[in-house]
Write a protein that binds this ligand. Structure first.
Ligand code: LLP
Length: 403
């Protein structure tokens, strides 16, 4: 049992708390599911990019899936070896591509023909050979929230199968490119297996047709997307997920790469916030808390559900309330019409499943410093990011004041 009250008193609120032992369990469960097959779990750094979190995965043997050179640098700082780092993303700039090549990471995931040309040009300038993978868009509906669905032709990600084939031939004929992998990622928070299986089948067939023209790939990168339970979702078991993917690879000798983010960290994370006030207008009960959309954006952005627990209040009769923060936006809420007992100043609320896309999507809107982050591991707790101060927030502007 985590003593949330003690943590809130010690580190103040709003506060993120991560259970590192839970992250270990998630990593091990997924790794185990791919046993007997060469596989790399490349943790999707964007889900929670705190250096200590990334280091935790590095220590477990994880690789890293990065979507900016900043994330690549984080992965290096945290001790992920270069040969397990992947750089994906739809719009990499020249400096990012150059640095990724210089750092000799496992491969760059290329997302367009134009980008492939840039990568080739930069590799030539550096007199290097760049390992690449191509992100294909299998045009599969992942049946998830439209904002986090990525594998349809209407989405900006990847290239269609025909373009991909042309790109592989181009890469094979280039001295500066080494095509080693193929990549797809159809969406996030996936709870249905069929779209994953279908996408994997399409991409595995593509690999077979490339083999027929002497293009031999080594890596089958299935992206991330494994969903988690926020409320009552029925999620995919790691074993079934792995079987669905491996089942499409008959006769192919490939290393499977998987880029899980949410699965690793979402349910390891808690967001702690204290009640400031209660108020009621004629229609609604509001619980005003010290955490806000700048700390946890998912409810405002996706209408996402996060379970909220009122600490030490379990016997009292709940009524529905909107849990709102101090930010000056009507969209600033952590929950709508949520059953909560009567609450008072300083009561503690714990928002669950906040370990993925929580802190990382935070901002300093309304000049609010971002919260501290604390890790729990082996029964001990430690600070892994201090709370931002006002001085931190103005530091980059102050020197230009009155110039
Ligand atoms: N690989 C690629 C290429 C991705 O685009 C993503 C996520 C992942 C891996 C990791 O996906 P995961 O295993 O976490 O589902 N902010 C949204 C989620 C955005 C996901 C973006 N891409 C949210 O809060 O739900």
């Amino acid at each position: 049992m985590i003593d949330f009250r003690e943590l809130a008193d010690k580190y103040k609120t709003p506060l993120y708390v991560y259970d590192f032992d839970y992250m270990t369990q998630q990593y091990e469960a997924l790794k185990e599911a791919f046993r007997g097959r060469k596989s790399i779990l490349a943790y999707a750094v964007k889900a929670n990019s705190n250096l200590s979190v990334v280091k935790h995965f590095a220590d477990l043997g994880s690789g890293a899936d990065c979507v900016s050179i900043g994330e690549v640098r984080r992965a290096f700082l945290a001790g992920i070896p270069s040969y397990r780092i992947i750089f994906s993303g739809v719009g990499k700039n020249d400096d990012e591509i150059r640095e990724a090549i210089e750092r000799d990471i496992l491969y760059i995931n290329v997302e367009s023909e134009a980008e492939l040309n840039r990568v080739e040009l930069i590799a030539k300038e550096l007199d290097a050979v760049c390992r690449i993978s191509i992100r294909v868009n299998p045009n599969i509906d992942p049946k998830t929230h439209p904002y986090i669905s990525t594998g349809l032709h209407g989405n900006k990600f990847g290239v269609d199968i025909n373009s991909a084939k042309r790109m592989y031939i181009f890469a094979k004929n280039s001295d500066a490119l080494d095509p080693v992998g193929i990549h797809f990622h159809i969406g996030s928070q996936l709870t249905e297996l069929d779209p994953i299986r279908e996408a994997a089948e399409i991409v595995a067939d593509m690999i077979r047709s490339l083999e027929a023209i002497d293009i031999e790939l080594k890596f089958f990168d299935v992206g991330g997307g494994l969903g988690v339970k926020y409320k009552d979702e029925v999620t995919i078991a790691p074993y079934d997920y792995a079987q669905a993917i491996l089942g499409t690879l008959t006769g192919l000798d490939l290393t499977v790469i998987c880029e899980p983010g949410r699965f690793m960290t979402a349910n390891a994370g808690y967001f702690l916030t204290k009640v400031l006030y209660e108020k009621e207008n004629q229609e609604k009960r509001f619980v005003i808390v010290d955490g806000a959309m700048n700390d946890l954006l998912r409810p405002s952005l996706y209408n996402a559900y996060h379970k909220i627990e009122a600490i030490n209040k379990s016997d009292e009769q709940p009524t529905q309330a909107d849990v709102v923060g101090p930010v000056c936006e009507s969209g600033d809420f952590l929950a709508k019409d949520y059953p909560l007992p009567p609450l008072e100043h300083n009561d503690l609320l714990v928002v669950h499943s906040a370990g993925a896309y929580g802190f990382g999507m935070g901002s300093n809107y309304n000049t609010r410093g971002r919260s501290a982050e604390v890790a729990l591991e082996n029964g001990a707790e430690r600070l892994i990011r201090r709370r931002e101060t006002f001085d931190d927030l103005v530091a980059l502007e102050l020197e230009y004041l009155n110039k």
